[in-house]
Design a protein around this ligand. Structure first.
Ligand code: ZN
Length: 187
C-alpha cells in the first residue's frame, strides 16, 4: 500500500522562520575589571601582581575587556519554494526547484504565526546565551588554571635556582678562602 507523506507547510504558504542573528560586544574583563592586572594570593598568603591573562589573546598584552556574543534570532518572513525530505527531517528553501545553490530552513524552525515564531526566537536566544555563559566560564577557569600553574612552575624554578646559587656561592667562598690562606702563607 503506497504511503502518503504530509509535509508540514505547503509550497507558497506564507511562513516565518527563526532567522539567525548575533553580534559581538565588548564587556569589561570579569577578572581585572579593565585594569589589566590581577593579584594572585599564593597558598602561603603572599601576594603577586600579574598581568591578567583572562583578557589576553594569545601572547598579546591584556586588553582589559573580553568579547561576548549576543544572540539575536528574530522572526523572518519565508515563503517555501521547494521541500526536501531526508529520513525524518523536512527542510524547505525559499529558492525554487531550479536553483542549484540554495539555503535551507528546517521545518521545526518554521511557523505560520509570527508571534509563535517570536517566542521560539526568544527561547533560542536564551539557550544560546546560556551556552555562551557556560563556555565563557569554562574558558576563564582554564585560564586561571594555566596562570596558577605558571606561577607554581616559576616559583619552583626560583626556589631551585636559589638553592643552586647558594651551593655555588658556598663552594666559591671555600675556594676563595683557601686561595687567600695560601697567599697569606707565601707572603
Ligand atoms: Zn583582564
Amino acid at each position: 500500500m503506497p504511503g502518503t507523506l504530509t509535509i508540514p507547510y505547503a509550497i507558497g504558504e506564507e511562513c516565518w522562520y527563526i532567522g539567525p542573528g548575533h553580534r559581538e560586544i565588548e564587556v569589561p574583563c570579569p577578572d581585572c575589571a579593565g585594569s589589566k592586572r590581577v593579584t594572585l594570593v599564593r597558598g602561603d598568603g603572599t601576594q603577586v601582581s600579574l598581568e591578567c591573562n583572562t583578557c589576553q589573546l594569545g601572547y598579546d598584552p591584556p586588553r582589559g575587556f573580553i568579547t561576548r556574543t549576543i544572540y539575536e534570532c528574530r522572526p523572518r518572513p519565508f515563503i517555501p519554494r521547494r521541500v526536501e525530505v531526508r529520513g525524518d527531517e523536512v527542510t524547505y528553501s525559499a529558492s525554487g526547484p531550479e536553483a542549484t545553490c540554495f539555503s535551507t530552513v528546517r521545518a521545526e524552525d518554521m511557523f505560520t504565526d509570527r508571534d509563535e515564531c517570536a517566542k521560539a526566537c526568544e527561547q533560542r536566544n536564551q539557550e544560546h546565551a546560556a551556552e555562551e555563559a557556560a563556555r565563557e566560564m569554562a574558558n576563564i577557569k582554564s585560564k586561571h588554571r594555566s596562570q596558577a600553574h605558571a606561577l607554581h612552575y616559576h616559583g619552583g624554578c626560583i626556589k631551585r635556582l636559589e638553592r643552586e646559587l647558594e651551593h655555588h656561592r658556598r663552594k666559591w667562598q671555600e675556594i676563595d678562602a683557601k686561595a687567600k690562606a695560601r697567599k697569606g702563607k707565601e707572603a
